[in-house]
Design a protein. Sequence first.
Length: 104
Amino acid sequence: MKINSTKIVLIALLLGGFSGCSALISDSMLKAIHQEMDTNHDGYIDYSEYLDNSNANMEDVKSEAKDKGMSVEEYQKWDFHRADSDGDGKITPQELIDLARKEL
């Protein structure tokens, strides 16, 4: 899997790597990141799409999981559900924007 800058930005966002940087990430950038992550082009990031991208950055995921006292699998589920605010199993562009604005 080729890792490009938008995937790195989303992974860093989900891992809390942009704390204090909200001015640097626009809604349109977050929508573009979402579109890049939505590999089946259905308008949502589902858990398998999230895992594909999370697994591409496994060293950071392992570190974050360890810091939180979780297994990698527990951490990935927690991280995905953190972004999936309505609990429907899909991350919408707006949910990604909301997460960014809440955590940045």
